[in-house]
Design a protein around this ligand. Structure first.
Ligand code: DQA
Length: 143
């Protein structure tokens, strides 16, 4: 089964972001971890990253049309993009929100997610393992 994994702004630059917050993997390593973990559970993961809100919205439309399950780390868009939320609401298959860090334990502006309300669930705070946990959750959801 296909799975779309969408990563939002600045996540391709994990190599220069604060590793004490986001973990030690660079984006390429994170992408491989996601692809391999998905494969082990029978998913073919299509892992994407964009800094552009419109591109992420188009990808969500594509997943809605193809009824593909989605794991999304909307990054900073989490906290304010009503447009991404509205696009996520169109999905037919499950949606899981993930974060490397635990936004609730950080600055106050990160405490709001406008995406959580349209996701099946959120996994945050486990570093790269958040994605692995999300793939397992998706497997359990889909049976
Ligand atoms: C993030 C948390 C967001 O608050 C932040 O803007 C990010 C990454 C995370 O994975 O921990 O860019 O989504």
């Amino acid at each position: 089964m296909k799975l779309m994994v969408i990563n939002g702004p600045n996540l391709a630059r994990l190599d220069i972001r604060d590793s004490s917050i986001y973990g030690d993997l660079n984006y390429g390593e994170l992408k491989s971890l996601i692809e391999n973990s998905a494969k082990a559970l029978g998913f073919e993961a299509d892992v994407r990253q964009s800094n552009d809100e419109a591109t992420i919205i188009s990808w969500l439309h594509e997943a809605a049309d193809s009824k593909t399950p989605v794991i999304i780390n909307p990054a900073a868009f989490t906290h304010y993009s009503y447009a991404i939320r509205d696009a996520a609401e169109l999905l037919v298959a499950p949606l899981i929100e993930v974060h490397l860090s635990n936004p609730m334990a950080r600055e106050e502006f990160r405490h709001t997610s406008v995406i959580s309300g349209v996701a099946n669930g959120t996994i945050a705070g486990f570093g790269p393992n958040s994605y692995v946990l999300a793939i397992n959750a998706l497997k359990a959801l889909l049976g």
